[in-house]
Design a binder for this molecule. Structure first.
Ligand code: FES
Length: 134
């Protein structure tokens, strides 16, 4: 179900530049049911990039250590299971078992220093939960 609503999930200051954070969200599907929607947000200066936290190789979350989404150089996103590497800005896998495939992008916008997701209908029972607060 598409929506024009922007849902604030955290403040810009909650994510240091050149780091990423995972969020356990839930969306309302077309049939009206809720389904889990784990995503992560990478901040790079004033830019933010969002992806669904699901590796195109095996369908698992990328951060095998919580909120560790980057490789040791901090220049690629990395899946902790088999080490697939993804471009920061496009989510394209450039090395590893799913080379040539891509992470699913999440539409984000920044409003008054709040990072917001758009284009989906979120289930809003309480505040979104930062993975490291869970
Ligand atoms: S599950 Fe991500 S690289 Fe294999």
């Amino acid at each position: 179900m598409q929506s024009d609503v922007a849902y604030a999930i955290c403040s810009m200051n909650d994510i240091p530049s050149r780091q990423a954070r995972g969020f356990q969200l839930a969306v309302v599907a077309d049939d009206g049911t809720a389904r889990p929607w784990p995503i992560f947000v990478l901040r790079w200066g004033r830019q933010v990039f969002g992806y669904v936290n699901r590796c195109p190789h095996d369908g698992v979350n990328l951060d095998w250590e919580r909120n560790q989404f980057l490789d040791s150089n901090g220049t690629r996103l990395m899946c902790g299971k088999h080490g697939a590497l993804f471009e920061l800005g496009t989510g394209l896998c450039v090395d590893g078992p799913c080379k040539g495939r891509s992470l699913t992008p999440v539409a984000l916008t920044v409003l008054d220093d709040d990072i917001c997701v758009t284009g989906v209908t979120l289930v809003e029972d309480g505040e979104p939960v930062l993975d490291d607060d869970a």
